[in-house]
Design a protein around this ligand. Sequence first.
Ligand SMILES: NC(=O)c1ccc[n+]([C@@H]2O[C@H](COP(=O)([O-])OP(=O)(O)OC[C@H]3O[C@@H](n4cnc5c(N)ncnc54)[C@H](O)[C@@H]3O)[C@@H](O)[C@H]2O)c1
Length: 319
Amino acid sequence: MAAFQPVGLVGFGLMGQGIATCLLSRGFSVRVYDSDRRTYARGQTNIDFALAELLRRRLIKAQVRKNWRDRLQCVSTFDDFARCPLIIESVPENLELKHQLFRELEAVVSPRAILASNTSSLPISMLQSVLRAPARFIGMHWGVPTQLVPFFEVIPGTRTSKRTVTLACELGVACGKDPIVLRQDIRGFIGNRLMYAMMREACYLVETGIGDIETVDRAFRHGLGWWSLLAGPFRWMDLTGIPAYAAVMEGLLPKLSNQKTVPDVMQDAVRRGSEGISNGKGFYRYDKAGAARWRKAWIEFSYDVKTLADKYEKLNRVK
Ligand SMILES: NC(=O)c1ccc[n+]([C@@H]2O[C@H](COP(=O)([O-])OP(=O)(O)OC[C@H]3O[C@@H](n4cnc5c(N)ncnc54)[C@H](O)[C@@H]3O)[C@@H](O)[C@H]2O)c1
């Protein structure tokens, strides 16, 4: 753990706050920088709330909750990262912005410091192309709620060193994660490729009038959503019989959507200003109380799921 401290974080939005919460809950010291200083107060309120909940559920020690403020430093320039052995970037998904930021970071950090990006989809080889020392650069893709889910993708670019991969995995394990290391850099990585394939089909089913939004959501929750905690797609085929899937694939795959552009249902939502529960306008509508109910449910559910997922994790590990 000492090898990583203090961990530097750039971007203190949804993900930056989540990563900070996770690191602080595991005893790390963290330095955070955000170009919008208003995030500092908001972020600390959210971290305090999340750590209180972890303590209430006895997932962290009282001491960790008590001293987290001493271990978090909100800094005002990148110079404060000079002594950080690891800096994780979590700013918006924009290639130019991330390139610019890594160029600036590389000018101030130590030559051996690891630079990681929490990008959801940008190819790591493309991100590392602007660095003078690309071997120290890696994709480190965290999930939400960051302090709870074991999801942690480690994506080496074509020029990432083995040392960087090993250290990234060690950090993940120290944070209670189950690192998934990709053998090759690919846009969207594994988790998001699976999710977006499903989302494209969901949009297609709504746009072609096969089902409305609520119906598609219900089909997902009661089917795939129901078993996905127990088994991944391949285990599921083992459980339910492989030949049937091969037979269905033959007829069905040519009929699935392979649209290459953003679906209309998404473009229309963005044009209407729909952001989701954050502004009350999503595919469903939320008043303040409704949005609060869903936020609370999401956290509650994540804790419930954790218990269940932990229970079946061992079984999935048996070779
Ligand atoms: N939202 C998710 O579920 C999720 C999951 C995994 C990964 N990601 C990825 O994480 C990254 C961040 O996503 P998010 O949802 O936290 O976004 P966000 O908009 O909530 O937060 C981004 C933060 O970066 C700050 N920022 C912008 N420009 C900056 C700069 N030049 N220097 C320092 N700070 C700057 C913003 O002020 C903001 O606080 C994206 O690459 C995203 O694709 C998101």
